[in-house]
Design a protein around this ligand. Structure first.
Ligand SMILES: [Mn+2]
Length: 231
């Protein structure tokens, strides 16, 4: 298990980022088509929560097998891992949060998902033309990225994991403090009506899986490709 991952810069094409997907891969694909996403040279980064709630959660494995797709592990992937590997889990809550498709799979199928989910990093970083960009699902437990990198490389600390995957504090408090050591930190987890930037932390979950829309961020220019300007 690698909790922290660093990817090389993309010298060939674009790097795009998207918020929570929650089983809406068909909608996401339409969005990628609309911006001319080219899987031969472009890459898609995801802040996690690929599954639950939407109709196509089982397609997550297909997407996770694509060499151009780079997600971190969201709390929904973590729920599946916890269910199979042990740990405290409120099954009613999990089902209410959309986990029914997973809970009702045969255990051999569940294992296939969990083997892949468990290997997703909690945080990743990639150098871009805008500078170093970090991604994680919810929030950074530390005010500087190198500290988080060091901690994730050293151990799997439940408290660090908790903030990375579950925290809604920054949005709740409107905290505009920057996360030092990054040009931008991209997160999801808490839906917002429009992409919201607090300090250098970009909240990308604009409810594409719900009644909102998917937002695609061009990570080299830190501008939204989708929705298109004026849309
Ligand atoms: Mn989430």
């Amino acid at each position: 298990m690698t909790l922290f991952r660093r990817l090389a810069a993309n010298s060939k094409g674009r790097d795009l980022a998207v918020g929570d997907i929650h089983g809406h891969f068909a909608r996401l694909q339409r969005c990628l088509d609309a911006v001319g996403f080219n899987p031969l040279v472009d890459r898609l980064f995801s802040v996690g929560d690929l599954v639950d709630r939407g109709p196509h959660s089982e397609q997550a494995l297909h997407w996770l097998a694509q060499p151009w797709f780079h997600p971190v592990q969201g709390n929904h992937e973590a729920l599946a891992v916890t269910y199979l590997r042990g740990g405290r889990l409120d099954l009613d809550m999990y089902r209410a949060a959309g986990g029914g498709w997973f809970l009702d799979l045969p255990s051999s199928e569940q294992l296939r998902f969990v083997e892949v989910f468990a290997n997703l990093p909690l945080a990743l970083e990639v150098p871009t033309e805008a500078g170093l960009i970090g991604l994680l699902h919810a929030d950074s437990p530390f005010a500087d990225w190198p500290t988080l990198r060091r901690r994730l490389q050293a151990e799997d600390d439940p408290q660090v994991r908790e903030v990375c995957q579950w925290s809604r504090r920054r949005l709740k408090e409107g905290d505009t403090q920057r996360v030092q050591g990054l040009a931008a930190l991209l997160v999801g987890h808490t839906p917002v009506l429009q992409v919201k930037q607090l300090g250098n932390v970009w909240h990308l979950d604009t409810g594409g899986w719900s009644s909102g829309h998917f937002s695609l961020l061009d990570m080299n220019r830190l501008v939204l490709l989708s929705p298109a300007p004026g849309e």
